[in-house]
Design a protein around this ligand. Sequence first.
Ligand code: ZN
Length: 318
Amino acid sequence: MSFSYNVKEELSRLSSSICCQRAELASLVRMAGSIKIFGGKKKIFLQIQTVHAPTARRIYKLLRKNFNSPVQIAVKRNSFLKDKSLYIISLDINDCKVLLKGLGILPAGDSFEFQKTIVNPELIKKRCCRRAFVRGAFLGSGSISNPRGPYHMEFVTPDKNMAETLIKLINSFGLKSKKVERKNNYMIYLKDGDHISDLLGIMGAHNSLLKYEDVRVLKDMRNSVNRMVNCETANLNKTIDAAVRQINCIKYLKDNNMFDDLSDNLKDIAELRLEYPDLSLKELGQMLDPILGKSGVSYRLKTIENIAHKLQSRKGEL
Ligand SMILES: [Zn+2]
C-alpha cells in the first residue's frame, strides 16, 4: 500500500465532534463531489467519487450521521481504473439540496454549481474545525509521497474558491503551501518536510507522522554520513596527489645524480618520504630526530620540489 493510502486509512478511522464532522464533510464534498444533471434538471444528484474504500465508508457514515438521508453506494471496477475499485456515493435531488444547504455550499438561487461559492466562514471558525476541513480535503483529493523520495504533499481541485480557502487555512497554521494552475485544476502543494510532517499532525494522522519522521531521520543521517565521507575522500585525494608529486621529484633528482648534492635535512626527509609514501606530513616529521612539525616538513618537501622543477626547466623537460 502507498504512503498516501495508509494516511487516508488512518484519517478514516478518527472520531470527531459534530462541528468538525460538518467541516470535514463540506470539504470532502467540494474536493471529491460533483453535481450530475440529467434530463434538463429533472434528475439531479450529488456524486462523490473515491478509489479508496475506507474514505468511502467514512463519507457514508458522516452522511448518515448528519443528514439521515438515503445514501447509495455503487462500486465500479474496470480495466480503465487499473483494477482499482471506484466508489460512487450518490444522493438524489431533495436530499442533495438539504445536504448542500446544510453544509453551506449551495449558492443562492436555483444554481447547483457549488464551485462558484465561497467556503462558508462559519464552518471553519473554530480551530478543531479548520483541522477537520484540511482532513476532509486530503481524504477527498489529497496525496503524499513516500518520504524516502522527495518531500511532496498535494491537493487537487477544479474549484478556485476551495483552492484559495485551503491555502489560507494551511498557511494559518504557520505552514507554507503554494498553488499552481494546471489545465482546469488547481494544485495546492507543500515541499518542506517539516511542514508536511506538521500538517499530518494537524489532520490527526499521528501514526503516519511518526512513520514519516522515522524515515526522515534515517535519510538525514545517511545524507550527513555521505557528506562526511565525500569530504574526507576529497582531503585524502589531495594528500595522495601531493605525496605522488613529492616522490616523483625525489626520484628525478636521484636519476639525474643530483640527490647527493642536497643538504642532510632534505635528504633525510626525502628518504623517509620514499620509504613511507602513505604517511602524513605530521607523521613523517615525528620520525625525524629532532622531531619536526608539519609546516617544517612541508617546507623541506617544497624545497625539494622546487630544486627538481628548476633542474627540469633547465633541461627543458618541464
Ligand atoms: Zn470542530
